[in-house]
Design a protein around this ligand. Structure first.
Ligand SMILES: Cc1ncc(COP(=O)(O)O)c(C=O)c1O
Length: 371
């Protein structure tokens, strides 16, 4: 899918930095970028007001924001965001993975928080402008990428509790390699029964900061138990598995013929992951049965005990696909499969990474190319 020649929806003001970081320093920063530390040199801003709608699109130097201390977003959390990645392609272009899906999810998140929806074409235009401005920051190595972070923030200064009448769209980017450091290794996870990420009727299906702030204590608890990540269960009964940290979750079940992939069905307590959706399509392409249904902790434990669960993995933009090796809970611990990363997990991971980097054909039109 190449949109490049399409007319821009909005003329952008463009002011590139004239104090660019030199090639040597950039290479040093990009050698070991970690996650979220090596930010690029530009950012996009677009404003929204009730009178003018979206206007004032601009690419400018990355830098601080000046916000009124009474800004609604700061106090009441009327903020939504996205996360997607751009990858260097073998033909020299930059491929952004499924920006249309991210644009759609940003609109859904905005609707849930009573915010204005950014049109898809404007969202994609902002990404194109930033990627072109910061092209030198897109890493060439397989496994590394440019992580794009769109945010919409309620900027009206008025502390009455109501939807704001002014917003700011921001797009920033950072260089990233693996989310979990080192080679792919199985994760240990903690079944969290003390806290919930999302409740029916809440904001679990929206990508809004409150969900992430509310998750930090549980993540801390998982670390204290020596685990990498937290498993979120349903808020009412702590019986059903929903997600892992900031990722969706899959279970690989032994079935006659080919394994079956099971993942919790979407609802208002689960973020509809774009990686999740892509893996469901890819698994079906490979002839696996895929099932979206409620999956209980009891079934997880029993299927590991009797050997019917072969593998489990989590997936998301940041880590792509991460195998789960061991589970810890108040009621006891168990191992998934042989505790190591399974072949199906690793195969799907590699296939998706190959699509990201343009090594495998993009048969579903998921890569948006930017020249
Ligand atoms: C809570 C949560 N679940 C799942 C995901 C995975 O979504 P995606 O595959 O679109 O990155 C994310 C990451 O955005 C997340 O924050």
């Amino acid at each position: 899918m190449v949109f490049s020649p399409a007319a821009p929806v909005m003329p952008f003001g463009i002011e590139y930095r004239d104090d660019r970081i030199g090639a040597e320093e950039r290479a040093r920063l990009m050698a070991d970028p970690g996650f979220g530390r090596v930010l690029t040199e530009h950012m996009v801003t677009i404003r929204w007001t009730a009178e003018r709608g979206w206007h004032g699109g601009r690419v400018g130097p990355y830098g601080g924001l000046s916000l009124d201390p009474a800004t609604i977003g700061l106090h009441y959390g009327q903020i939504v965001f996205e996360g997607l990645k751009a990858y260097a392609q073998p033909n020299g272009e930059v491929g952004v993975f499924r920006p249309d899906a991210a644009a759609e999810r940003l609109r859904q998140s905005a609707r849930r928080l009573a915010m204005p929806e950014l049109p898809e074409r404007l969202f994609v235009q902002a990404i194109e402008e930033l990627v072109r401005a910061d092209r030198e920051w897109v890493p060439e190595e397989v496994g590394k990428s440019l992580y794009l972070r769109p945010v919409v923030l309620a900027t009206e200064a008025d502390l009455g509790l109501h939807p704001a009448r002014e917003y700011l769209f921001l797009l920033i980017a950072f260089v990233t390699d693996r989310f979990f450091s080192g080679p792919v290794r199985p994760l240990s996870v903690w079944l969290c029964e003390d806290y919930s990420r999302a409740a029916p009727g809440g904001t679990g299906m929206a990508k809004c900061p409150g969900n992430y702030a509310a998750s930090l204590l549980a993540q801390q608890q998982a670390h204290e138990r020596g685990c990498d990540q937290v498993i979120w269960l349903d808020a009412a009964r702590r019986e059903w598995v929903e997600e892992m940290g900031g990722m969706n979750i899959f279970f690989v079940m032994d079935r006659p013929g080919k394994p079956e992939l099971v993942t919790p069905e979407l609802g208002d307590t689960i973020l509809p992951g774009i990686t999740r959706d892509s893996l469901l399509v890819m698994a079906r392409d490979r002839g696996y049965t895929t099932t979206e249904r409620p999956f209980s902790v009891a079934e997880w434990r029993a299927a590991c005990a009797d050997g019917t669960m072969l593998e489990a993995f989590a997936c998301g933009t940041a880590a792509v696909v991460a195998p789960i090796g061991t589970v810890q809970s108040e009621a006891g611990d168990w191992t998934v499969g042989n505790g190591g990363p399974g072949p199906l997990t690793l195969g799907l991971r590699e296939a998706l990474v190959d699509i990201h980097h343009g090594i495998a054909p993009d048969s579903h039109g998921w890569i948006h190319s930017i020249r």
